[in-house]
Design a protein around this ligand. Structure first.
Ligand SMILES: C[S@@+](CC[C@H](N)C(=O)[O-])C[C@H]1O[C@@H](n2cnc3c(N)ncnc32)[C@H](O)[C@@H]1O
Length: 270
């Protein structure tokens, strides 16, 4: 029998759990390998609501993009840490409102970038760029991004479920400030981020984080106050930084008791 390892693209180490593929597995996707699934199951045992929380994160992203494209009138999007393709990508949602919406997708992971180039970079209105958010100046000077987005006009920056993969040593506040300073007033910043407040059992949180020690990226849950700090220079759009399923829920959503481990919010650049 051919093993997954033999089927994996050359140069890809499928023995190391990968955060993009673990997330794909939480969402019920097929772009993952044995090591990703084993690690994901260890986390799911400690955080049983994680699967639902991941699904809610995609719903949050879709509501945010719909709000930005319609009510806020944003026509350009910079989605950093896009993840493996799944339903309801930013360009799909934005173009339901504005068929000319332009999207630059970014990810550090070469597999995500390869998938994205095949599926997301469509019809000249989207590009997929490999870059590391921990080097924001280099990311922002990418010729592909510069050619695709007009930085003299508002841009919505999406940091959905990525900043908790940036350790304190890599200065996430400095990274967000660098991104903020690159965009004009009237631009937007959207963040979803794992919050410490959602883990009454701190030992379980630490053990789940320890699983990520073996993965390609570590995870750093942060407090609501720390995440609020990332919105410096932005005015939070109502309802502010909230459990993400409570951010402008569609009718019938945001039921009490929805499993959730992330804060979510959107800010307008002052
Ligand atoms: C949990 S997935 C989130 C996907 C999508 N944004 C969402 O919310 O559904 C995190 C993504 O961030 C990417 N990522 C992690 N660290 C990164 C970094 N330093 N620079 C760019 N992308 C990164 C991972 O490769 C992965 O695709």
């Amino acid at each position: 029998m051919v093993t997954e390892r033999e089927l994996a693209p050359a140069g890809l180490d499928v023995t190391v759990p990968n955060v993009a593929r673990m997330y794909d597995y939480y969402l019920g996707g097929k772009d993952n390998f044995e090591a990703d699934r084993v690690a994901a199951h260890k986390v799911l045992e400690l955080v049983p609501g994680l699967r639902r929380s991941a699904v809610e994160n995609r719903k949050f992203l879709r509501r945010v993009v719909r709000f930005l494209a319609s009510e806020a009138g944003v026509t350009q999007f910079l989605d950093i840490g896009v993840g493996l393709p799944t339903q309801g990508a930013v360009h799909e949602v934005a173009r339901q409102v504005n068929p000319r919406a332009r999207v630059a997708y970014v990810d550090v992971d070469p597999v995500v970038v390869a998938h994205g180039r095949a599926l997301l970079a469509v019809a000249d209105l989207s590009v997929m760029v490999q870059a590391d958010v921990r080097q924001p100046a280099a990311l922002l000077s990418s010729p592909e991004i510069r050619a695709h987005l007009d930085f003299t006009r508002p841009i919505a920056i999406g940091l959905f479920a990525i900043l908790h993969f940036v350790s304190d040593a890599d200065d996430p506040a400095g990274i967000v400030a660098c991104l903020r300073d690159a965009v004009v007033p009237g631009s937007y910043l959207a963040i979803s981020h794992v919050g410490t407040e959602f883990f009454p059992d701190k030992q379980a949180m630490a053990r789940a984080a320890a699983v990520y020690e073996q993965a390609n990226e570590r995870v750093t849950p942060r407090s609501r106050d720390q995440i609020l700090g990332f919105f410096g220079g932005f005015e939070l759009v109502p309802p502010g930084l909230v459990p993400k399923h409570q951010w402008r829920p569609d009718v019938g959503e945001a039921a009490a008791g929805t499993p959730n481990i992330q804060w979510g919010g959107v800010g307008r650049r002052l």
